[in-house]
Ligand binder design. Structure first.
Ligand code: DQA
Length: 149
């Protein structure tokens, strides 16, 4: 069975109460539940991990293939903008990664306009709240379907 890993970076555990004018009232549990429902309908397995710690995310990326994951959906949160360790981990593995953000990082402070991980991911989806994740999962499901043909 195909499997996708959804990785959430720092402070995303606070979704729902964290700066709701930017991130809305949706909680991380809501996002994971919607993703899990969609994955179940598509007949694929899905794993979730949220961490506030860079090394934990690096470990998860390194171990994804060994854990049977065929795709990663990653919201690296603030690490997006400066974590060379996460960028290098993505570059080091063969599992493809889709970068997602709830907010449109290009409409926000200038320090958020640059993603150090974008050059090593398949593509980036940002600005659609929870639907950024749903769109990424839709793409993953299509890729799995294409691979099964
Ligand atoms: C974020 C955008 C980042 O700039 C920020 O540091 C986050 C969340 C988003 O999903 O919009 O923590 O990745």
């Amino acid at each position: 069975m195909k499997k996708v890993l959804v990785l959430h970076g720092p402070n995303l555990n606070l979704l729902g109460t964290r700066e709701p004018e930017i991130y809305g009232r949706t909680t991380l549990a809501d996002i994971n539940q919607r993703l899990a429902e969609r994955a179940q309908k598509a007949g694929i397995a899905i794993d979730f991990l949220q961490s506030n710690h860079e090394g934990v995310l690096v470990d998860a990326i390194q171990q994804a293939a060994g854990n049977g994951c065929n795709f990663i959906i990653l919201n690296a949160a603030a690490f997006t903008h400066y974590s060379i360790a996460i960028r290098d981990a993505i570059a080091a593995v063969t599992v493809p990664v889709i970068e997602v953000h709830l907010s449109n990082i290009y409409q926000r402070e200038e320090f958020r306009h640059h993603s150090v991980i974008s050059p090593v991911v398949q593509g980036q989806i940002c600005g659609f709240g929870m639907d950024s994740y749903m769109a990424a999962l839709g793409i993953v499901i299509r890729r799995f379907e294409e691979a099964a043909k």
